[in-house]
Design a protein around this ligand. Structure first.
Ligand code: URQ
Ligand code: ZN
Ligand code: ZN
Length: 486
């Protein structure tokens, strides 16, 4: 059995070459020219097409309970939509409510994710602190393959972390060989501005971006970076949307600090004019945090991706339909925050990134797959086309055109932020674990076929660090010595 991909050009993060790929037993078995078709194998003619690692979306929220409702996309429909667009793995988020056990939240999310059609993993959010959280973080790393802990610096009164939680959790993450990730917005400032703007009588979605100006993001990014620097823990900042956070990351990286940055396809391509649309449903459908920004920020984000300040792209796929968004009809503070994108990330980034010349094909693979696999320690199992790697593969036709629409997408949401966008370049086939899950417009996903992917800690990196104190110990000052010459 198995699948033989013939006649294609393989494109990975670091090279491009013509070769066939034979997949069997869920992995890549053979790569080479003119491979023989094993009996019973299905052949895919990839002539004139590229053969690339399946996309990894490191930031999704399937069926997330949030702001009094539950995201409309579930783990089966969301991973199916991902497969339809060339994404073969998601890293979603376990988000325990404050004062609840991280371990029980983890098991709850594991249960929800059983229905996934393609592989998945979880960042676990630390939303509060006590000794049980410290212990649970250890259990999650040592027993459950978690190597990344999320911290929401926004969402005051809900899941927001104050500095005490950040300091405790970052310290624990470093001890465990895990990476700290943050949603960088100053939640106190957001709450203050939301109330101020609402009190001025601005109650519609146009108030959302006004309450989350770029400086709110810049402050939190800088603060998280500084705390991580003092505590010597690697940091990953999710959904960077502003020049301010971009510059904070660039400064830290230039200083040799281990900081990574993610950018959403939406923040690269949708601008803040959407919030000034008179139609409530249209404007509310775009309410997500941080908000979409103006072209100046978008241009800077593209440059950040091109120059390596930002390493990964994601979608923050967190869908709410119009009736759910209507909870904030008279108060923008109540509009559930979140937008979709998992089905379109690969297509819009190829069109606006590769076709425009901003990114090479290899850089496209890096920012849509390989870099996330490396940062979260699952490379080359994921994010590569190499013998022994999981056979998560997309066959990509650079000539295929399509027009994005909620009318035709597989996402379980009644809106598409890329509605009407025409893109050139799309997957014709998607394989997950060596099985065809999408081919020529037809999804062939199987509910529950997805696997939970363990992500080991970076022990080696941390062993080296263990010899170095987290905070440089100040050397004792000898007093009473001879007075220095005047
Ligand atoms: O903040 C997040 O990442 C989650 C709650 C999705 N919503 C959003 O607006 N980004
Ligand atoms: Zn967020
Ligand atoms: Zn998110």
């Amino acid at each position: 059995m198995g699948v033989l991909i013939k006649g294609g050009t393989i494109v990975t993060a670091d090279r491009t070459w013509k070769a066939d790929v034979l997949c069997a037993d869920g992995i890549i078995k053979q790569i080479g020219e003119n491979l023989e078709k094993p009996s019973g194998a299905e052949v895919i003619d990839a002539g004139g097409q590229y053969v690339m690692p399946g996309g990894i979306d490191p930031h999704t929220h399937m069926e997330l309970p949030f702001m009094g409702t539950v995201a409309s996309e579930d783990f089966f429909s969301g991973t199916t939509a991902g497969a339809a667009g060339g994404t073969t793995m998601i890293i979603d988020f376990v988000i325990p409510s404050p004062k609840t056990s991280l371990i029980s939240a983890y098991h709850q999310w594991r249960e929800w994710a059983q229905k996934a059609a393609t592989d998945y993993s979880f960042h676990v959010a630390v939303t509060w602190w006590d000794e049980s959280v410290r212990k649970d973080m250890g259990t999650l790393v040592e027993k459950h393959g978690v190597n990344s802990f999320k911290h929401f610096m926004a969402y005051k009164g809900a899941i927001m972390c104050d500095d005490e939680v950040l300091v405790n959790s970052f310290t624990r993450a470093r001890e465990l060989g895990a990476i700290a990730t943050v949603h960088a917005e100053n939640g106190e400032l957001v709450a203050h501005l939301q109330n101020q703007i609402f009190a001025q009588g601005i109650t519609g979605p146009e108030g959302h971006p006004l309450s989350r100006p770029p400086g709110v993001e810049g402050e939190a990014a800088e603060r998280a970076i500084r705390i991580a620097d003092v505590l010597n823990v690697p940091l990953y900042i999710v959904h960077n949307s502003a020049i301010q956070s971009l510059n904070a990351i660039a400064r830290a990286r230039a200083d040799g600090q281990r900081v990574y940055g993610e950018v959403l396809a939406g923040h690269l391509l949708i601008n803040d004019s959407v919030y000034r649309n008179p139609d409530f449903d249209f404007a509310a459908a775009h309410v997500m945090s941080p908000p979409f920004r103006d072209e100046e920020h978008q241009k800077a984000l593209w440059k950040g991706l091109q120059c390596g300040t930002l390493q990964t792209t994601a979608t923050d796929h967190c869908c709410f339909c119009a009736p759910q968004k209507a909870a904030g009809k008279d108060d923008f503070r109540k509009i559930p925050n979140g937008t979709g994108g998992i089905e379109d990330r690969m297509g819009v980034l190829w069109h606006h990134g590769v076709n425009s010349g901003k990114l090479t094909m290899n850089e496209f693979v890096a920012v849509t797959s390989a870099n996330a696999a490396k940062i979260f320690n699952i490379y080359p199992q994921k994010g590569s086309i190499s013998v022994g790697a999981d056979a998560d593969i997309v066959v990509w036709d650079p000539q295929k055109t399509r027009t994005i629409s909620a009318k035709t997408h597989h996402q379980k949401v009644d809106f598409n932020i890329f509605e009407g966008m025409e893109v050139k370049g799309a997957n014709t086939v998607t394989l997950s674990q060596g099985k065809i899950v999408y081919k020529d417009g037809e999804v062939r996903t199987v509910r529950g076929a997805g696997r939970y992917i363990n992500r080991p800690p970076f022990a080696g990196y941390y062993d080296a660090l263990k010899t170095k104190s987290a905070v440089e110990k100040p050397t004792a000052v000898k007093r009473g010595g001879k007075k220095a010459a005047a």
